[in-house]
Design a binder for this molecule. Structure first.
Ligand code: HEC
Ligand code: HEC
Length: 190
């Protein structure tokens, strides 16, 4: 840390401070402008980042940077990041609070259908009982419903390639109405 400060001070002696001298912490507000205060997204199709698994985040940021996962804002945002930056962003993001379940009345019939699908497809085996994930398996509990639908459809139509083939295999037998039920449920787990 002391070394970083020294480097930053060295740059500061020049009139213009290059963007790269900004710490990851200083750059985080740019990310949260889209991803929401404290990583709780209020924007359709933009995922909440709070409590996301650090290793998963590092891998996804790397994939955005290398255009292995395509989403224009994220490909642009990561282009100039170093490997250390990716890890630092991931470390901070993982300490933000987890998102909260969607509010409002709950359709119990849909919840019930989704629970059966979760069981049948062993979602909890990888994403863990509380959907908090681990390592390269993402935290999905109480993620935005619209983003969950988008993510699952992406694996289904092959527009999103995972770091490994787990989700491509999982999603193959799942239909679109089932994707809608799964997203509905996962956005509301307690
Ligand atoms: C202009 C809006 C915008 C900005 C700024 C932005 N993001 Fe994103 N980010 C998105 C969108 C949209 C997605 C979802 C992409 C998709 O649908 O695949 C995303 C996805 C992600 C993901 C993947 C999450 C997951 O669950 O798979 C991570 C991690 C992430 N962003 C981190 C960051 C970081 C770190 C920054 C700042 C360096 C940042 N984002 C800045 C819009 C933005
Ligand atoms: C064999 C392990 C495994 C199983 C079973 C599994 N997943 Fe996943 N899931 C993963 C991995 C690994 C990823 C990250 C893939 C990547 O790099 O994109 C992932 C990613 C996801 C994402 C994207 C999250 C995000 O933030 O972008 C969603 C949503 C998801 N899984 C839902 C499910 C659901 C619903 C089920 C059950 C129907 C399920 N998963 C079963 C391993 C699994």
């Amino acid at each position: 840390m002391r070394k970083l400060v020294a480097v930053a001070l060295a740059f500061a002696s020049f009139a213009v401070l290059p963007a790269t001298a900004q710490t990851v912490k200083e750059r985080l507000p740019t990310c949260l402008a889209c991803h929401g205060e404290n990583g709780q997204s209020q924007t359709p199709n933009v995922p909440s980042l709070g409590a996301q698994q650090a290793f998963y985040v590092t891998v996804q940021l790397l994939m955005f940077r290398e255009n292995m996962r395509v989403a224009t804002p994220m490909n642009d945002m990561t282009r100039s990041l170093t490997d250390d930056d990716l890890k630092s962003f991931a470390a901070i993001i993982s300490t933000l609070p987890a998102p909260q379940p969607a509010t409002g009345p709950v359709d119990e019939a849909r919840m019930q259908r989704a629970r059966a699908l979760v069981e049948q497809n062993r979602c909890n085996f990888c994403h863990k009982q509380d959907f908090a994930g681990q390592d390269n398996v993402p935290h999905i509990a109480d993620q935005r419903e619209d983003y969950l639908v988008k993510a699952l459809r992406g694996y289904k139509d092959n527009s999103r390639h995972g770091y490994d083939a787990s989700m491509a295999d999982v999603i193959a037998p799942i239909t679109d109405p089932q994707i809608l039920d799964l997203a509905y449920y996962i956005a509301r787990v307690k």
